[in-house]
Design a protein around this ligand. Structure first.
Ligand SMILES: Nc1ncnc2c1ncn2[C@@H]1O[C@H](COP(=O)(O)OP(=O)(O)O)[C@@H](O)[C@H]1O
Ligand SMILES: [Mg+2]
Length: 243
C-alpha cells in the first residue's frame, strides 16, 4: 500500500508489443529517500519499465501514481514537470546545440523553469556533474562518457524528485565510475530518490539500499541487496537456463 512517503507507485504494469509481453504485472514503489538498484539479464524489461514510469511509453495495463495523483495517462513532459526525470541507455542529446543549451532546454521545457531560475539550475547541474568545462561544446562532439554525463546533467536540471537512471555507468573506467558514484550520492543526499539500472553490480551497490531483480518482464526478487544477489532464483536468472 502506498504510504505518506510514497513518491512513485506502479501497480500491475503490463506492456506488450503484439504478442511479446515485455512487462508482465510489475508492482513498483519508490519512496522518499530511496536508492533502488535494478538488475536483470538483457531483455528483462528494465528499460521498458523506466520508459513506462517516465511516460515516454504508455503501459498496456496498470496504474502509475506520483505523490498521490494518478499520472497513468499523462505524457512524459507533464510527468517531468511533476518531478520524474530519466536518463537514456543510449544517450539522446539534442545535436546542433551546445551542452549548455541542451541543459538549459531541459530546465525550461522539461522542468518548466523561467529563464533566470533555469540558468541557475543549469549552472548548478553542470557543476555537480563535472560538465562545466565542456559547457560550450556542441553535444554531438562529446565522447561517450560526457554524453552519459550530459544525460544526467539534463535530468538534474529539471529538478527531479525521482531520478531514473538507465545504465549510466556502462563503459566507464573504475575512476570514472567512482566519480559517477560520488555524484549520484550527492544527488541522493539532496533528497532526490534514485532508481538506477546497472549491470556493474559492485558500482551499483555503492549507492543502492534496495535491489530489484527483473527477469522476463517480472520482478523476481527485491529487498536487501546482498540477500537479493544471494537468492537462488536471481542466480539462476543470470547464470542458469543454459545462458
Ligand atoms: N519498441 C519495441 N518493440 C518491440 N519490442 C521491444 C521494443 N522495445 C523493447 N522491446 C523488447 O522488449 C524486451 C525488453 O526490452 P528492454 O526493456 O530494453 O530490456 P532490458 O532493458 O532489461 O534489457 C526485449 O525483448 C526487447 O527486444
Ligand atoms: Mg535496457
Amino acid at each position: 500500500m502506498p504510504s505518506q512517503d510514497t513518491l512513485l507507485s506502479a501497480r500491475g504494469l503490463r506492456k506488450q508489443y503484439g504478442a511479446l509481453v515485455v512487462l508482465d504485472g510489475v508492482d513498483f514503489e519508490v519512496r522518499r529517500g530511496d536508492a533502488i538498484g535494478i538488475v536483470g539479464p538483457n531483455g528483462a524489461g528494465k528499460t521498458t519499465l523506466l520508459s513506462v514510469l517516465s511516460g515516454s511509453q504508455g503501459a498496456s495495463a496498470g496504474t502509475i501514481g506520483f505523490q498521490g495523483a494518478d499520472v497513468s495517462t499523462l505524457d512524459a513532459a507533464r510527468r517531468c514537470r511533476m518531478g520524474i526525470a530519466r536518463t537514456h541507455q543510449v544517450p539522446q542529446p539534442f545535436s546542433g546545440m551546445t551542452v549548455f543549451e541542451n541543459v538549459f532546454t531541459a530546465a525550461t521545457h522539461g522542468g518548466g523553469f523561467k529563464r533566470a531560475e533555469a540558468y541557475d539550475r543549469c549552472i548548478d547541474a553542470l557543476d555537480l556533474c563535472g560538465m562545466t568545462k565542456v559547457a560550450n561544446r556542441r553535444a554531438e562532439t562529446l565522447g561517450l562518457l560526457d554524453r552519459k554525463r550530459l544525460e544526467l546533467t539534463r535530468a538534474l536540471a529539471t529538478n527531479p524528485q525521482v531520478l531514473l537512471l538507465d545504465e549510466i555507468g556502462g563503459g566507464l573506467t573504475d575512476g570514472e565510475a567512482a566519480e559517477l558514484v560520488q555524484t549520484i550520492r550527492v544527488l541522493h543526499a539532496r533528497d532526490i530518490a534514485i532508481v538506477w539500472i546497472e549491470h556493474i553490480v559492485h558500482v551499483l551497490l555503492q549507492v543502492a539500499r534496495r535491489l530489484v531483480c527483473m527477469d522476463a518482464g517480472r520482478v523476481i526478487a527485491e529487498g536487501d541487496p546482498k540477500e537479493v544477489l544471494a537468492n537462488a532464483i536471481v542466480v539462476d536468472a543470470y547464470l542458469g537456463g543454459g545462458r
